[in-house]
Design a protein around this ligand. Structure first.
Ligand code: BGC
Length: 826
């Protein structure tokens, strides 16, 4: 039964490296392995925070039972997902079942302690990855390596720094989303990582939210599709993905001491949606967040973990805690499967799992069947990704000791992924203003570059710990969602390389506050390009009073004044913005001398090259804003909630409900400066010939007939991801033509307009595509709408339901630039 010798052995096996003082996500502490804190035969770990009174019962959730539907719901393995653009629904259940069978067989010989160890991280700063579970040598279980981040492999070298999540979403291009995912998956696998801690899919509810740039924008459908493609790609690349942070982790301020209070419908339609799509992508793991949800910590929230994620969405993988977000041993009964990094507080050597969990099983508080379920889920994730294959690389880097020669093999996993970075860089750069053909540049006689954001970082790209600082070009935000640059091409280098070809004279003035000198340098140039930025990140780092979240929506380093000074001196001023999210651009956007604006976001290591491709028309811009740019900060429907401290839990009421970002601007009739989905091109596009057809049912006729009649649907295991709900139900076709004089890509968008009785915002994005067209050419675009796309979450029946009345459809080039109108046939 209990075998503390084995527990100790695991810990020692993992901790061949001597514990010492480490820095971890901003905290300095002495790394201390958790399991070795318990001497043989007795548990000395800290007691669980809540004392159990009654023994808990448990039976594992059954796998959702769904039959394959030929051509619609097809058996898929993570290593061979459906191609981008396919309307089939991947059915990962057979792959999960095979993985479960192997995992169940594997744990039959495990002792209770061994099973518990599978779920218990070894402690912060211990082991070679940011999170580690111990090996069980006697059982040939290698343990797991978990490593950040959502934009590349963190804390090591010879890796690619991809554009941030927010840029990936701004491409509105599923092919690029998938390619980035595959490349990131390959790089993580190449380093021997089992689980990559991403993608991040919180919703950007607050424009100032510090980590919004890690995620996929402020619309659930866009975030859901980006999460789906990213996960399919990452897992195809061989790493287990981790959908994070579940759920409602929408601001950094007091993230551990706040309760996001969210109603059930909003939870299902907005914040839960990207996670639902992650489950549909076969995601192996989900990370629960630091915050409370409606008064209960997310990592012990029975409603969200057990009821919504595991039961309703039919999630087969495992839930891990965010780092130190576990609050009790009993959280295993409310859905938590793995505690990370394992210790209660970093370096404490104590854990809520480990021997505390074993004790709870031995005293009958927690049934062993639940421990079996946890270990099965975790080990199944490993089999699901075929990580049992002998060719799977061993961990070959040391996140906690990056300079240690013995444990860092410096394996180069970059391949030619720089090309994807450059492509996404240009495909995510949004053209917001372009007057009199200011762009693309055509061999200008002279260019002046103004602003520090144009140039390399004076102290090198890694000068700030976890990138917590803003000097030189901004290519990523700060915090755990980062990776070490192998190199960083700034606009200063990229533009000069191009200038050499064009015989353009380049000058620069790369300071921000000496506006008089900037104006003087700008005056004689054919074109003045002003670079401004705004940064944010994770709350454990504060930069210039920005505590993770931004303190305002203003450009940093006096950017507005810089633009105004240059525009006063040069009639052809182009503004380039590297920003983590929306900025208020009112001080200068209408200035007649500001002839063009490029919104470049966070372009990763090739940011300068990506920008050059758009500036010079090598790529015609097609990117779209993944959020709204308001005229006033107060126009956004949700604002940061401040206050708290001293352990007080601040309450964050999500009173705006479904009305976040453009939904709120539409609902409240507020004119934004630039709406969600907006972006210009160097050419023009025409839309025509809208046709909407109902598709004959392939799935269960009773369910679809009930849905047609606006009747509730069943709520059960996997009911929210069921094939009948997600199969194509309506086919929408129309034509897009390039009516301009240069080739270009258009992003047609489909918005659903529900009848007023539905209680929905006026317009909801429900599909998009990317269409490349030569001048004069046209193409028929096809969108398939599922019943889920057209449903609302009916709280009373706890099911997805068609609203009563006519559902209208708008096709357009943004959330407000509507071109074609139609309605669903009855
Ligand atoms: C972050 C996670 C991250 C983890 C490990 C936490 O602070 O919230 O996103 O994966 O640390 O670095």
């Amino acid at each position: 039964m209990r075998n503390f010798c084995t527990v100790l052995a695991f810990a020692l096996a993992v901790n061949a490296i001597t514990p010492d003082v480490v820095t971890f996500n901003g905290e300095h502490f002495t790394a201390s392995p958790v399991a070795s804190a318990a001497p043989q035969g007795q548990s000395t770990n800290a007691p669980a925070s809540s004392s159990p009174s009654d023994a808990e019962t448990f039976s594992p959730f059954p796998a959702p039972t769904q039959k394959p539907v030929s051509g619609v719901f097809v058996s898929s393995d993570p290593s061979s997902p459906p191609p981008v653009g396919s309307s089939v629904i991947p059915d990962f259940n057979p792959a999960w079942q095979a993985a479960y069978a192997k995992a169940k067989a594997k744990i039959t010989s495990f002792t209770l302690d061994e099973k518990v160890s599978v779920a218990t991280g070894v402690g912060a700063g211990v082991g070679r990855c940011i999170g580690n579970t111990p090996a069980v040598e006697a059982q040939a279980w290698p343990g797991l390596c978990l490593e950040d981040s959502p934009l590349g492999v963190r804390q090591t070298d010879f890796v690619t720094v991809f554009p941030a999540g927010i840029n990936t979403a701004a491409t509105f291009n599923r092919t690029l989303m998938r390619m980035r995912g595959v490349a990131m998956g390959q790089e993580h696998k190449g380093k021997g990582i089992n689980i990559a801690l991403g993608p991040m899919m919180n919703m950007g509810r607050i424009a100032q939210g510090g980590r919004n740039w890690e995620g996929f924008g402020a619309d659930p459908f866009l975030a859901g599709e980006t999460a789906y493609e990213t996960i399919l790609g990452m897992q195809q690349g061989g790493v287990q993905a981790c959908a994070k942070h579940f759920i409602d982790n929408e601001q950094e301020w007091q993230r551990t001491d706040s309760s996001s209070n969210v109603d059930d419908r909003t939870q299902h339609e907005i914040y839960g949606h990207p996670f639902l799509r992650s489950v549909m992508a076969g995601v192996a793991s989900v990370m629960c967040s630091y915050n409370q949800v409606n008064g209960t910590y997310a990592c012990q929230n029975d409603k969200m973990l057990n009821d919504v994620l595991k039961r309703e969405f039919g999630f087969q993988g495992y839930v891990m805690s965010d780092w130190s977000a576990t609050h009790s041993t009993l959280s295993v009964m409310t859905g938590l499967d793995m505690t990370m990094p394992g210790d209660i507080t970093f370096g404490s050597g104590t854990t809520y799992f480990g021997s505390n969990l074993t004790d709870y099983v031995l005293n009958g508080t927690i049934p062993e069947s639940r421990i079996d379920d946890m270990a099965t889920r975790i080990i199944a994730g490993w089999y699901h990704l075929h990580q049992d294959d002998k060719s799977f690389p061993a961990v070959n880097f040391n996140a906690n000791k990056q300079l240690d020669q013995a444990t860092n093999m410096h394996v180069d996993v970059q391949g030619d992924h720089f090309q994807i970075v450059r492509d996404i860089g240009s495909a995510s750069t949004v053209l917001l203003k372009n007057v009199n053909g200011a762009l693309p540049l055509n061999k200008p006689r002279s260019i002046v570059l103004i602003g520090s954001d144009a140039a390399p970082q004076p102290g090198g790209p890694g000068q700030f710990s976890d990138f917590g600082g803003d000097a030189g070009v901004l290519a990523i935000g700060w915090g755990s969602g980062t990776a070490n640059f192998p190199y960083l091409i700034s606009p200063y280098e990229a533009i000069q390389a191009r200038a050499r070809e064009d015989h353009t004279t380049v000058n620069w003035h790369i300071t921000d506050f000496d506006t008089a000198q900037s104006a003087k340098a700008a005056a004689p140039a054919s074109v003045a390009i002003v670079f401004i930025n705004a940064d944010s990140g994770e709350g454990y780092i504060s930069v210039d009073g920005n505590n993770g979240d931004r303190k305002n929506l203003t450009a940093w380093h006096g950017g507005d004044n810089l633009v105004l000074a240059v525009a006063a001196a040069n009639k052809n001023t182009v503004v380039v913005v590297h920003s983590v999210g929306p900025l208020i651009v009112e001080p200068w956007i209408d200035h007649p001398n500001v002839t063009a604006v490029l919104w470049a976001g966070l372009g990763g290591q090739e940011t300068g090259n990506g920008l050059v491709d758009v500036l010079y028309g090598v790529r015609n811009p097609s990117a779209r804003l993944p959020y709204t740019i308001a005229k006033n900060p107060s126009d956004y429907s949700a604002q940061l909630t401040l206050g708290g401290g001293g352990g007080t839990i601040i309450q964050i009421p999500y009173t705006e409900g479904l009305n976040i970002d453009y939904r709120a601007f539409d609902a409240n009739n507020i004119s934004p400066r630039f709406e969600f989905g907006f972006g210009l091109s160097y050419t023009t596009f025409q839309y025509s010939a809208l046709k909407i057809e109902k598709i004959s049912n392939k799935s269960n006729a009773t369910l679809t007939a009930a849905w047609d009649a606006s009747k509730p649907s069943p709520n059960g295991v996997g009911s929210s991801t069921a094939a009948w709900l997600h199969e194509p139900a309506f086919k929408v076709t129309f034509k897009v033509a390039n009516s301009g004089s240069v080739s270009g890509g258009e992003i047609p968008q489909l918005y659903v307009n529900h009848p007023p009785s539905a209680g929905e915002p006026p317009s909801l994005l429900k599909d998009f595509d990317d269409v490349d067209l030569a001048p004069g050419r046209s193409k028929t675009v096809t969108f398939m709408l599922s019943r889920h796309d057209l449903s609302i979450w009916d709280v009373a029946s706890q099911s997805w339901m068609r609203p009563q009345g006519t559902i209208k459809i708008t096709i357009g080039a943004s959330s407000r630039d509507s071109r074609l109108f139609g309605a669903l046939p009855a």
